[in-house]
Design a protein around this ligand. Structure first.
Ligand code: NAD
Ligand code: MN
Length: 340
C-alpha cells in the first residue's frame, strides 16, 4: 500500500464528537503508516431527515471504490418504524460484505475477543405470521451455511494465532438444534483440517460451550475465555454481555470485517442524553481505530494507541463522567495523544 484511505462517518449524536478523536489518534501514529487519506462521509438518521436516505449512494461508492477502511460513529434509530428508513450500518455490512463482527473485551480479569457471524442465522429476517386454529402463529427461518461458518471460523483461528493463549471456543446449542448449530460446530471444528491450511492452526486449542452455560460462565469466570466464535444471534447477545464486564460502554471498541474491508465502530450508540456537552468518552472510538489498524496488519501503531489508552485508564486521573471523572472529551484525547 502506498496510501491508507479511511472513510470517516461520524453519523449521529456523540458520533460527531468521538470520531474526530479517533482521527487524531490515527494522525498521531501516521509516521508508521502509509500516507493517510481521510474522506468525510455522511449517513444516519440526521442524514435521512435531511436528504431522504440514510446511506447516500456517494457514501457507499466512496467506501467501495476509494477506501481501504472506515470509522463509523453511531446512528440514532427512530423509536417507531419510519417508511423508507433502514439502518445504514446494516446496509454497509451487506454491501461491503463485512461478515465478521469482532469485539475485544479487556478488563482486570478479562481478555477475550467475541467473533460474531454477521450475515445469517435468524437475522436474515424471514418471518411469517399466519392465523391458525388457535390464533396467530409466527415463524422465522434460521439460516446457517457451511460457507459463512467456515469463513467466520477461519477469522477466529487467525485472531487466536496472534494471542498468547491461542484458544478458540465455539458457541452453539447443537444438543437441541443439531442440524443448524450442528453444522456451525462441525464446520468451525473442521477449519484446521481444510485444504491449504497446512498445519497453520496446529498451536490453537479448540474448546466448545453450549450458549446458555457459556453466558453463565462468562459472568462467573470470564477469565477462561480467549476467542469466542458464535453464530449471529448468540454472538449478538454474548458480545453485549461481555461488554458489560468492562464497566462503561464508552470503553468498548469493535470492527466489522470482511476479506477486503474493515470498519471500526464503537459499541455504544449516539447517546442523545449527553450529546453536544463535550463529555462523551472518546476511548471506545480511539480503540476502534487501533483495532482497525491491527486488522489491516499495522500491529505496531495499533499497540502504541492501545498502550496509551490503557495507561490513561489505569492512571485514572483524567476521565469523562461515565467513568466517574470530571473531564471533557478533549481533555481525555489530549492525555492519550501525549502518551502515543
Ligand atoms: P447508547 O449507547 O447511546 O447510550 C446508553 C448510555 O450510555 C447513555 O446513558 C449514554 O450517555 C451512555 N454512553 C454511551 N456511550 C457513551 C460514551 N462514549 N461516553 C459516555 N457515555 C456514553 O444507547 P441508547 O441510549 O440505548 O441508544 C441511543 C441511540 O443510539 C438510539 O437511537 C439507538 O438506536 C442508537 N444506538 C446505535 C448503535 C449503533 O450505532 N451501533 C448502538 C446502540 C444504540
Ligand atoms: Mn446488539
Amino acid at each position: 500500500r502506498s496510501s491508507l484511505r479511511v472513510g470517516l462517518i461520524p453519523a449521529d449524536g456523540i458520533g460527531k464528537e468521538v470520531i474526530p478523536a479517533a482521527k487524531q489518534a490515527l494522525e498521531a501514529v501516521s509516521a508508521d503508516l502509509p500516507k493517510l487519506e481521510f474522506y468525510d462521509l455522511i449517513a444516519g438518521w440526521e442524514c435521512f431527515t435531511r436528504t431522504g436516505v440514510a446511506l447516500p449512494e456517494e457514501t457507499i461508492e466512496t467506501l467501495k471504490d476509494g477506501c481501504d477502511a472506515a470509522l463509523f460513529g453511531a446512528v440514532s434509530s427512530p423509536s417507531r418504524k419510519v417508511v423508507g428508513y433502514s439502518s445504514p450500518i446494516v446496509q454497509m455490512r451487506k454491501q461491503l460484505d463485512l461478515y465478521a463482527n469482532i469485539r475485544p473485551v479487556r478488563a482486570s480479569n478479562v481478555d477475550m475477543i467475541v467473533v460474531r457471524e454477521n450475515t445469517e442465522c435468524l437475522y436474515i429476517k424471514q418471518e411469517t405470521l399466519v392465523v391458525g386454529e388457535h390464533g396467530k402463529e409466527a415463524r422465522a427461518t434460521r439460516l446457517i451455511t457451511e460457507h459463512a461458518s467456515r469463513r467466520i471460523g477461519q477469522m477466529a483461528f487467525e485472531l487466536a494465532l496472534s494471542r498468547p493463549r491461542k484458544q478458540v471456543t465455539i458457541i452453539h446449542k447443537s444438543n437441541v438444534l443439531s442440524v443448524t448449530d450442528g453444522l456451525f460446530r462441525e464446520t468451525v471444528r473442521g477449519v484446521p483440517k481444510l485444504a491449504g491450511v497446512n498445519g497453520r492452526y496446529d498451536g490453537v486449542t479448540i474448546a466448545e460451550q453450549i450458549v446458555d452455560s457459556a453466558v453463565y460462565r462468562l459472568f462467573r469466570e470470564p477469565e477462561i475465555y480467549d476467542v469466542m466464535v458464535a453464530p449471529n444471534l448468540y454472538g449478538d447477545i454474548i458480545s453485549d454481555a461481555a461488554a458489560a464486564l468492562v464497566g462503561s460502554l464508552g470503553l468498548v471498541p469493535s470492527v466489522n470485517a470482511g476479506d477486503s474491508f474493515v470498519m471500526g465502530e464503537p459499541v455504544h450508540g449516539s447517546a442523545p442524553d449527553i450529546e453536544g456537552k463535550g463529555i462523551a468518552n472518546p476511548l471506545a472510538s480511539i480503540r476502534s481505530a487501533a483495532l482497525m489498524l491491527r486488522h489491516l496488519g499495522y500491529a505496531g501503531p495499533a499497540d502504541r494507541i492501545d498502550n496509551a489508552v490503557d495507561a490513561v485508564v489505569r492512571e485514572g486521573q483524567v476521565m469523562t463522567p461515565d467513568l466517574g471523572g470530571k473531564n471533557s472529551t478533549n481533555d481525555v484525547v489530549a492525555e492519550v495523544l501525549k502518551r502515543v
